[in-house]
Design a protein around this ligand. Sequence first.
Ligand code: UN1
Length: 519
Amino acid sequence: MSTSITSVVGGQEVPGAPGGSIRSVNPARTGEVVAEIALGDAGTFAAAARAARAAQRSWADVPAPVRGRAVAYIGRLVEANAERLARLVTREIGKPYAEALGEVREIVDTCDFFLGEGRRLYGQTVPSEMPDKQLFTFRTPVGVAAVITAGNFPVAVPSWYLVPALLCGNTVIWKPADYAAASARALFELLTRGGGLPPGVLNLVVADGEQTFAGLQQALAGGCVDKIGFTGSSPVGARIGELAGRHLQSPCLELGGKNPMVITPSADIDLAVSAALFSGFGTAGQRCTSLGTVIVHQDIAEEFTSKLDKAVRQAPVGDPSADVIYGPMLNQRFAGRFEQYLTWIQPHHKVLGSSATGRITAHNPREGFTGDPEAGLYYHPVVVAGVRETDALFREETFGPLVGLTTYQDLDEAIRLANAPGYGLSSSIYTRDAADAFRFRRGISAGMVSVNNSTSGAEAHLPFGGNGKSGNGSRQSGIWVLDQFTRWQSMNWDYSGTLQKAQMDITELTPDESFRLDD
Ligand code: UN1
């Protein structure tokens, strides 16, 4: 049974479909419609920004500890609806159910972290250089945040923005991925109902990319957006960064990755193989933190490659409600793009990991496939050995179940190769040598470094974000995201009853600079 999804602006469902209508379909059974979606347009986005602006002052006036209570209630309601929400995520984007449940868990973790922040949001008291004067710092909300998110984590990653943004006293326009609109609407209900949020505090706009961009331009020009949060591709992130820059804003950008995993000679090879399998093929390789290229030491390359080949061949792929490593691609758009990436495979490459490449069908079968491959957007996993630094497969993100493999001779070369594509989100090293681990950490350009762990699976209270093509240095999660959704305001208070001038009316002590100890 399908539902119909609309935008919600100022607490009201937006009537009609100014941006046209689309269907969200189950990528595991493309005949099944999950939701009919009435899209908004640029005007809907701009109206949502005005509603958010109108609601912001009174939301900021709600005491921060009370906003923290709202976050606590949201966490409880999400927990009470965890299985339902996870089932919807699995149905809408084909994420295996166990992972979808983990994704919902990540919302609860985020709420657990921020519910107490309402009673902190600490500022400082700072001594002044003059007597009878006191200095202070305060965190103030940025204002209205426009949050634009991807559909590979349709509920967890949005919560990384929405929960702290609301907690800090901002109001929000949230534009989720259109192909994951039913999951987004479900989270929107849990947030607004769970938090008892007044109308206009959180607004949902479902629209396509171009209308969203035009709406964002209008809203910025009208002074109705103070902060943009964006998770998505590097090219779109660059466009958003450019637009924000013109309005003297610094957005929070969480973009693509070409995440390396270095396997050193001292590594536990079997452990590294299981990590490469999960990092590269979990979520069908559709995490921004998914493994891009394995960089393995030449002395162990043969053993590692044959073990990885075997592990990937044996990995269960198929129906996401079953116990599989991955299910279908998120939707047709991602399946189409993945087919493009497959054309980057060249004669000097050695293709491993499955009996074939491309779409899994009755005529192009995958051994051990679970369910009916023809029903959904299922693709063979691909390990491409022998990638070279100049290959597109080495340099560009290939969102999907594809992992490249190359070799190195010494750690400096491994680090150089790991940094070469110019992304910098996540990275991993497998080693038993502490010096290797610390040298890698120092040399790698990534915002996140795993030692003997997957490139993916960051915990919800460590700084999350990247450098280079992966982002502009902004960090989400934990205490670090507070700097995205608040601004520091400093206050000085002079109670001396005179006009004391900073840097001029200061007390000087007289040091004896010529003093020396006796020899
Ligand atoms: C993403 O794909 O945008 O670290 C985020 C991870 C997840 C989040 C991925 N917790 O893999």
